[in-house]
Design a protein. Structure first.
Length: 209
């Protein structure tokens, strides 16, 4: 006899499910195993035919539940840090070129947003950042010194703008922005000529080298 009262029907369905949930689960699992390829094809077809609708629904859901989703992501991350890190690394290795292209495009299209975000992050975390920086420098003095030495060697050998401007500003009140580019180019040319002359003189004084 059909139920005329919707509430009673819901109660009946709930009671039936509670009494038979293991049986129902086994039946559903068997049905899935016997039809998984067909179900997968149907699901794929549905997504293809409704992708705009699905995307819109997901966007609305994320907007309406952003705090709850953020909390869930945070809990999941805290419980699965190593797993998340491994997945990110594997995904990056598989899609390195595409990832780098997307990152470059995002930085280009969101320069101001990134700048504001970094500034806000620093303001909110400057004590922590300062503490981390001090601890890192203390624990890596030799490494930092070697890195600085290699950097100075590199910019000197390549006569970069940074190196040339430093020749004008070191031990002065001038800032690098005070040095015009034509002066930088002239100084660079002078350094190249001087090095060329020194190399020529050295080769003449040491003909066997």
């Amino acid at each position: 006899m059909p139920f005329k009262n919707k509430q009673k029907l819901r109660e009946y369905k709930k009671a039936y499910y509670e009494a038979n949930k293991e049986k129902i689960a086994a039946k559903n699992k068997l049905f899935y195993e016997e039809n998984k390829e067909k179900l997968a094809a149907q699901s794929k077809l549905f997504r293809e035919e409704n992708k705009e609708k699905i995307a819109a629904q997901r966007k609305i859901f994320r907007k309406e539940n952003k705090d709850r989703l953020a909390a869930q992501r945070k809990v999941y991350y805290e419980e699965n840090k190593d797993k998340v890190a491994a997945q990110k690394k594997a995904n990056y290795e598989l899609n390195k070129d595409n990832v780098l292209i997307r990152m470059a495009r995002y930085r280009k299209e969101n320069k101001q947003k990134i700048k504001v975000g970094r500034k806000l992050f620093y303001e909110l975390n400057k004590d922590k950042i300062s503490e981390y920086g001090n601890e890192y420098r203390k624990a890596n003095k030799d490494k930092i010194a070697e890195r600085g030495k290699n950097y100075l060697k590199k910019i000197r050998e390549n006569i970069t703008d940074v190196y040339v401007k430093g020749l004008f500003t070191n031990n002065t009140i001038l800032h690098t922005s005070d040095i015009p580019q034509p002066l930088v180019e002239a100084k660079r040319l002078q350094i190249k000529l001087k090095r060329g002359i020194e190399d020529e003189l050295n080769s003449k004084s040491n003909p066997n080298n």
